[in-house]
Design a protein around this ligand. Structure first.
Ligand SMILES: [Ca+2]
Ligand SMILES: [Ca+2]
Length: 251
């Protein structure tokens, strides 16, 4: 019985893509105009546009921001640029330049991207950048995501995008306020991912760099539905376990 249980479990894990070799991650960069075509057919995607979070507490610095698509925090550093010091853009926030910030309006080229008519976005606030620990409610699996990145690399920084510790893209020498779309495909279902958007002095990394702020918005994460057959198989595996325990007690 133990052998059958093990085999059934292995099949279930293999079908889910767990326990196998890590799938190949692909990262593609697109223009904002492609948003609708890129996400056509994304069923039941989980969105985060920062509208509810922004409105709930107003313009402010945030240490760890928990959202519908996981948590965000800063990569560190202390920003001292206009984003932090400019009174016009900071009339309602005591800004230390050491955390991310929820912002509205237009701040040095960063502004709301989605929804149309919305206001809020998440800003790196002149720090080294952001860490996004991607996760969905209930640990639900996902296989791809999209987000809009605005105003990166217009003040000399090399914006390096890493996924689970591997550098996947580097942006450099963009014009003020440029928005780029990132589509990350995990090559199969995953339950978590660590995305870092970090400013550096060189394309190869070098020192981390402050004062080249950027923002993210218009996020969608595509969940992977559990196939009905796997639910049945999971029940069968659980059933083997119950039978095995009963036999053990009878012995
Ligand atoms: Ca928004
Ligand atoms: Ca910038």
């Amino acid at each position: 019985m133990r052998g059958m249980k093990t085999i059934a479990g292995a099949v279930a894990f293999a079908l889910l893509g767990f326990g196998a070799q890590a799938a190949t991650v692909s990262v593609d960069v697109h223009d904002l105009s492609e948003y609708a075509s890129l996400t056509a057919g994304w069923k039941n995607a989980i969105s985060e546009d920062f509208e509810t979070l922004g409105a709930a507490g107003g313009r402010r610095e945030v240490g760890v921001l928990d959202t519908a698509v996981g948590s965000f925090t800063t990569l560190g550093g202390k920003g001292t640029g206009g984003t932090v010091t400019d009174k016009k853009n900071n009339t309602t926030v005591k800004n230390t330049g050491t955390k991310l910030a929820l912002r509205d309006g237009t701040v040095y080229g960063r502004t709301n991207i989605a929804p149309a008519g919305g206001k809020w976005f998440l800003d790196s606030n002149d720090t080294f950048g952001m860490v996004w620990n991607v996760a969905l409610a209930g640990g639900h699996a996902f296989n791809k995501l999209i987000f809009a990145l605005t105003d990166a690399s217009d003040e000399g920084a090399y914006l390096r995008v890493t996924v689970d510790g591997v550098v996947q893209e580097i942006l450099s020498k963009l014009k003020n306020g440029t928005t780029k779309l990132f589509v990350i495909d995990f090559g199969g279902p995953v339950h978590s991912a660590k995305i870092e958007l970090g400013n550096y002095t060189k394309s190869t990394g070098g020192k981390q760099k402050t004062n080249d702020g950027f923002s993210v918005d218009a996020i969608q994460v595509a969940p992977v539905p559990l196939p009905a057959g796997l639910v049945l198989l999971g029940s069968a595996v659980a059933g083997f376990g119950v039978i095995g325990r009963r036999r053990a007690r009878m012995a």
